[in-house]
Design a protein around this ligand. Structure first.
Ligand code: ZN
Length: 332
């Protein structure tokens, strides 16, 4: 991976003072198994956009946010951001689930770190075996439960973030990131105050990279990965930054809605973002074999604990997250 020395020098000078490397697992493997198995159960029928099951899933996520100390983002509709999802095939009512954990640093709390994950999947495709339901366990009940797990860990640990945190569970991803695109067009907080978007996908498997390892899509484009790699020293966790697939997949999830925000004058600006994942296995992706039983829930629990600490650390960082690739320009 190519690095940008000047950026690293800036980071090294400022990233040291807020280190909290404790990694205590609060959300257990069995709790995660319960959550993922529910979202990826046959009764959810593959969480197709526009379905009754997507509505059920959205309110289940809202309930989990609520019971874990997350505040609703909308005064009138609570956690629910309603929109109409229009694709080539159909026009359906859909909803994102959005909550906020308020920051406590007087200088930083009006800035936001967005943690996002999509909870829709591809529904039922008749004729497949062993059944026709694309349960979407890794894609993306896993990322959705990672969001909930981070909220629960922060809530139970009692550690308050410096910057505020927006938790965003998106629908419509499988039809072209429709939910996240609607969110950035109708944001509950000012876009220019969003520090970065950390998007989670496919965090349930460990056999692709090994335990306590993950990759981040788009790590060539911003200094977000450099900041994280600085944090990672001494944690036992590793951002694997040598995968070609990591940059190929940059355009394949909701992070891209943040990175490619169009401003009102038509120029492309953007919020630094990346998708965090542990696998990229075509064997499971959009396949009926993507089932919860195949997960390494112990590894997922460790990762959620780590990501929770990382998010708290980032929420207190005095370093800016900036684009390092000239193809992107900052919204700020
Ligand atoms: Zn996905």
């Amino acid at each position: 991976m190519k690095k940008f020395l000047f950026v690293i020098l800036i980071i090294l000078s400022s990233a040291e003072c807020f280190t909290q490397k404790k990694n205590q697992v609060i959300v257990t493997a069995s709790k995660l198994k319960e959550w993922v198995s529910y979202l990826a159960s046959d009764e959810m029928r593959g969480r197709a956009n526009g379905s009754d099951e997507m509505k059920t899933a959205a309110y289940w996520i809202a309930g989990k946010f609520s019971e874990n100390g997350v505040k609703p983002a909308y005064p009138d509709s609570g956690f629910i951001q309603n929109y109409t999802l229009t694709s080539r095939r159909q026009s359906v009512k859909e909803r994102n689930v959005i909550g906020i954990i308020e920051g406590t640093d007087p200088l930083l709390k009006d800035q936001y770190i967005v943690l996002s994950a999509h909870f829709d999947h591809t529904g039922i495709r008749l004729g497949l075996k062993p059944d026709s339901i694309n349960n979407g366990a890794d894609d993306n009940a896993a990322g959705t439960c990672t969001l909930i797990g981070i909220a629960r860990t922060i809530n139970i640990s009692g550690i308050k973030p410096g910057r505020s945190i927006v938790l965003a569970a998106f629908s419509g991803e499988e039809y072209g990131m429709k939910g996240s695109r609607y969110f950035v067009s109708n944001p509950p907080v000012p876009l220019k105050e969003i520090y970065a978007d950390l998007n989670f996908e496919m965090t349930g498997h460990s056999e692709f990279l090994g335990k306590n390892k993950y990759y981040m899509t788009g790590c060539l484009y911003s200094n977000l990965d450099d900041l994280i790699e600085e944090y990672n020293k001494g944690t036992g966790f590793q951002l694997v930054d040598t995968l070609a697939v990591a940059n190929m997949l940059f355009n394949s999830s909701d992070n891209i809605a943040f990175s490619r925000v169009s401003s009102s004058d038509g120029t492309i600006t953007g919020i630094p973002s990346g998708t965090f994942a542990t696998s990229a296995t075509p064997e499971y992706l959009h396949n009926v074999t993507d089932e919860a039983e195949l997960f390494d829930f112990d590894n997922m629990a460790e990762l959620i604990s780590y990501f929770s600490d990382l998010v708290i650390w980032l929420s207190n960082s005095r370093s800016d997250v900036v684009w390092t690739d000239p193809a992107f320009s900052s919204i700020k």
